[in-house]
Ligand binder design. Sequence first.
Ligand SMILES: NC(=O)c1ccc[n+]([C@@H]2O[C@H](COP(=O)([O-])OP(=O)(O)OC[C@H]3O[C@@H](n4cnc5c(N)ncnc54)[C@H](OP(=O)(O)O)[C@@H]3O)[C@@H](O)[C@H]2O)c1
Length: 217
Amino acid sequence: MAVRLRLRIPLRAFDTSLGKLGLDYLDLYVLHWPVPSTFEATAASYRAAEKLLAEGRVRAIGVCNHNPAHLRALTEQTEVVPAVNQVELNPYFVQPEVRQADAGYGIVTQSWSPLGGVNVYWDGGRNKAKNPLDYPTVGEIAARYGKTPAQVILRWHLEHGLSTIPKSVKAHRIAENFDIFDFTLTDGEVASIDAVDTGVRGGPDPDGARHSSYSDS
Ligand SMILES: NC(=O)c1ccc[n+]([C@@H]2O[C@H](COP(=O)([O-])OP(=O)(O)OC[C@H]3O[C@@H](n4cnc5c(N)ncnc54)[C@H](OP(=O)(O)O)[C@@H]3O)[C@@H](O)[C@H]2O)c1
């Protein structure tokens, strides 16, 4: 019963999402969080994603917020290596261990809050010291290339081979965030942005994630 439920719930959620989007298939379908306290629930949801992949309803599957231990557990319990691991990653939190683990599995690391959004949402951007867009080194590099700080940070992600998903509700910023393919950063510039790293995440720690809707009964 529990096994069937664990497959049925994520499959029903997928149908709901696809219906809302009005699409026949998705290019990429990712699990939002691992559940370290009951990792079997994570593996079960991922198996549902594997089923969707086998049926052609998604083109690729992946995970979010998986640290190296989660990736090890997942790959031991499932068949398809995730295409993507989407994690908090910006100049203030550069996730070297996760990137190394992802690379070892051939997984693309995808940066959420790539501009550091998670650091500024809570205080409306008032604490400038927590906003990578306000970091002087980033501003200096931006002025050098006639680009904006956001463009420099997004280019920094690309120089590291990261996939990145900046979010904006403003059309002109969405266009700005795409316009990063006409310049490159030097190794020294990349290193100077790497140096911004604090090792402190802005969002929740994936090891603390809990699941409320699964039951083992
Ligand atoms: N998998 C996960 O667990 C997870 C967790 C968090 C977020 N995400 C996803 O990651 C994506 C991005 O993350 P995020 O929204 O947290 O952070 P973000 O993209 O780093 O930052 C978004 C913030 O930056 C501003 N912004 C965007 N472009 C800008 C530009 N060119 N210049 C100046 N400011 C700019 C936005 O304001 P305006 O909108 O006003 O332009 C918004 O306040 C979202 O799609 C989100 O759903 C995933």
